[in-house]
Design a protein. Structure first.
Length: 728
């Protein structure tokens, strides 16, 4: 989520879009996943070999042209040249292998080939498909088919269990259509933008930073003649892409001669494009609205009621799962960048003076890949860190933020995300909104690079203050003191009379802006008024500065007795892009293995039972009425146990049926080969056990619910000897 200024006196930034808003560039390919040192030395080695080849070729030419023609010497020099050329080719191959590292060791070929295999399987088995396909589809819109829907609903069910249930969060469900005023207050109307460039001849639009990113990546991967200095420069651009201003992106596009990808026509300068879908509410057309770009605002505007519901106590968290809409400039990369997607967001409200978390100890010993900003700026890579140490050293700003980073890590790991391809990357200084205390993204590596899947931000009090100011409803919390305390308090008293005379219809906006000044701003204003008699004052709601004179406001620090402290809570916001998580999970779960005859590769998704779309298939071994009847009895007991399943009574071989269910990631298969007992086969090991008809549903339930592991089951029940013979 990104936001703009609301306070009256705004720290003007060099680069307002980037600084005030968390950048929209969430597909991050910062510092390529290659070991920088080895790549650099390979580039150097290749350059040396090329230089040696050139020098030797020159020597051969000189010998041939020389006065003393010496055939033996020439032959020897030509031989050396051949050897050097072979060595140069080998060095080029080593470098090529290093820069186009494959994401899955088990799959031969490139990342693209791996991705193609995954995506083909996903689309063929209807995990997801382009929406409105019969009308040739619309970029950035996808439908989930039956297995995809089931995976998504399992991921969301686990999200509710892991976060909402575990933390007693207050779940809400707010409308997607949102009136303009809400998104004006949040800053989205003015600042929810990405940088766009246009093909100057055809008008086709592209995301400016994406073109720059693609250029750098392609150069790094394909241009083996790149000097190590140039390679370092391009890598640096990738690492700080989120941090570049419109002017900087434009300058780089020009410097590198980047043209429109489809036509090679020149491109316009980058300019901001607002990503929200606009609509109007009701038939009059007078009430503008937008499809929400995130779910968070629905929670912020309900803060007062939720706080009351929670017994006026902090901290507490509210959560929402729902659709978000962003009119992406050029959607690509399948489910990763779409125009409508499911977000699951948490807003954890906390006292800004106490961001400790009672359950932090539960996660403090976790160790995982973290990528603090210092390491990013230095061109290093992510390294394993213990969360407790990252918080105690101040790398992560506070315990509550750290707690959520830990919980997000556990969530993703339990879903089946490969821990070695998961890292937490801290935002670079300009990437982060100016009001934010600290932000970390959970990034998952897939064939497209490192993808931001969850953003975890300490947004301080920004959002509630913004809505307080715009709505006039105080979105604040109270801390009651056991005894009253004498406190020094800033008292700002705007003179309504003087302000009315000076600003007429705008008086209310100026009064409100004066009243919500922070102590620092107010004292600065008092000093200026005392020294100069007047001061320029920016009123956000007016969108301009006005001149305030000494008689318009009194600013004093007074001693007062107080019974309570009134404050705006800070918010810590983990925001989950469900589609992105699911896509990465698809890639991390996918593998192929040879068929029994070894003439074909069979696809498998190794989903953990928790997310598998269907937990179990039931196969009568051969087509007979009695086995079909037993299969139906088992299906009934699986339904009663709440296990999703399908019966496959097609006459195809059992091996083919196994292969079919492996391809949609079903973890267990029950094969009915007798009326009293049957086998259960586990998908990845292909091991089978024999279990009686009375126990079979419970065994599958135990192992899909996670009460037992497959190893426990193997230990308890006799193995079925014919296992491998059944396979395809
Ligand atoms: P943001 O509010 O931009 O930080 O986005 C929150 C989360 O939404 C990100 O971490 C992504 O996982 C996800 N997300 C953002 N934009 C898109 C998109 N166009 N398509 C799919 N997921 C997205």
């Amino acid at each position: 989520m990104r936001l703009a200024c609301v306070f009256s006196i705004v720290a003007k930034s060099q680069n307002p879009i980037k600084t005030l808003f968390r950048r929209h560039l969430s597909l991050v390919v910062s510092a390529l996943p290659i070991m920088a040192d080895s790549e650099e030395s390979l580039r150097r080695a290749l350059a040396e070999k090329h230089a040696a080849v050139d020098a030797q070729a020159e020597a051969v030419r000189a010998l041939k042209a020389g006065p003393a023609f010496a055939p033996a010497e020439i032959d020897a020099a030509v031989e050396s040249l051949k050897v050097l050329k072979v060595e140069a080719a080998a060095a080029a191959r080593r470098l090529q292998a290093a820069v186009s590292r494959n994401v899955d060791g088990s799959i031969a070929g490139s990342r693209e080939a791996f991705r193609q295999a995954v995506v083909n399987t996903l689309e063929r088995r209807l995990f997801y498909i382009p929406s409105f396909k019969i009308y040739r589809g619309v970029a950035g819109l996808y439908d989930y088919g039956p297995p995809g829907c089931a995976v998504k609903s399992n991921v969301l069910a686990f999200w509710r269990q892991h976060f909402v249930l575990e933390e007693n969060m207050l779940e809400v469900d707010c409308p997607c259509v949102t009136p303009e005023i809400v998104l004006k207050a949040s800053g989205h109307v003015d600042k929810f933008t990405d940088l766009m460039v246009k093909d100057e001849k055809t008008g086709t639009c592209y995301r400016a930073d994406h073109l720059l990113k693609d250029y750098c990546k392609e150069k790094l991967e394909k241009d083996l003649t790149l000097s190590s200095e140039k390679a370092a420069e391009l890598k640096h651009i990738l690492a700080v892409l989120d941090d570049l201003s419109a002017d900087e992106v434009g300058a780089k596009i020009k410097e590198y001669g980047i043209a429109a990808p489809d036509t090679k026509n020149p491109l316009s300068d980058p300019y901001p494009f607002n990503l929200m879908f606009q609509t109007s509410i009701g038939p009059s057309g007078l009430s503008p609205g937008y499809m929400r770009p995130e779910t968070a605002q629905g929670i912020f505007v309900n803060f007062k009621d939720l706080y009351y519901y929670n017994g006026n106590k902090l901290p507490f968290a509210a959560a929402q799962i729902g659709q978000a809409f962003r009119n992406e400039i050029s959607p690509r990369q399948g489910l990763l960048r779409v125009r409508e997607f499911t977000l699951a967001e948490i807003e954890h409200f906390v006292d800004p003076e106490d961001k400790t978390h009672p359950k932090f100890v539960d996660v403090s010993n976790l160790e995982f890949l973290m990528f603090p900003r210092k390491e990013q700026m230095a061109g290093e890579s992510a390294k394993p860190m213990i969360l407790g140490e990252a918080v105690s050293k101040g790398t992560v700003n506070n315990e509550t933020l750290g707690y959520f980073i830990g919980r997000v890590y556990l969530f993703l790991a339990r879903l089946g995300i490969d821990k070695d391809r998961l890292r937490f990357r801290q935002h670079l200084p300009n990437e982060m909104a100016h009001y934010a205390a600290d932000c970390w993204d959970a990034e998952i590596e897939c064939s497209y690079g490192w993808i931001e899947c969850v953003g975890i931000a300490d947004r301080s009090a920004y959002d509630l203050r913004a809505h307080s100011e715009k709505s006039g409803v105080a979105l604040v919390a109270h801390e009651k003191f056991s005894e009253s305390r004498e406190v020094e308090k800033l008292v700002i008293v705007p003179s309504k009379k003087e302000l009315g005379l000076a600003f007429k219809g705008n008086q209310k906006m100026v009064v409100e802006a004066l009243e919500v000044m922070s102590e620092k701003e107010a004292l600065k204003m008092r000093a200026s008024l005392e020294s100069k008699g007047e001061v320029d004052f920016h009123v956000c709601t007016l969108g301009k500065a006005v001149v305030i004179t000494k008689n318009m406001v009194s600013i004093n620090i007074e001693k007062k007795k107080e019974h309570q402290r009134v404050f705006t809570p800070s918010v810590i916001e983990p925001s989950f892009g469900i589609g992105r998580i699911i896509y990465c999970l698809f890639e991390h779960s996918f593998y192929t293995r040879p068929s029994k005859s070894e003439d074909e590769q069979l696809n498998v998704f190794r989903f953990p039972p928790l997310v598998a779309p269907i937990k179990c298939t039931v196969f009568p071994l051969i087509k007979t009425q009695k086995f079909d009847d037993v299969a139906k009895i088992i299906a009934r007991s699986l339904t009663a146990a709440g296990i999703s399943h399908i019966i496959d009574i097609t006459g195809t071989s059992i091996g083919k049926r196994y292969a079919r269910t492996d391809e949609i990631g079903v973890p267990f298969a029950i094969t009915v080969d007798s009326t009293s007992s049957m086998t259960i086969r586990e998908r990845d090991s292909k091991e089978q056990v024999r279990v009686s008809i009375d126990e079979v549903a419970n065994v599958v339930k135990e192992v899909t619910d996670g009460q037992s592991t497959w190893a426990d089951i193997m230990w308890r029940y006799p193995a079925h000897a014919a296992s491998l013979a059944d396979e395809e």
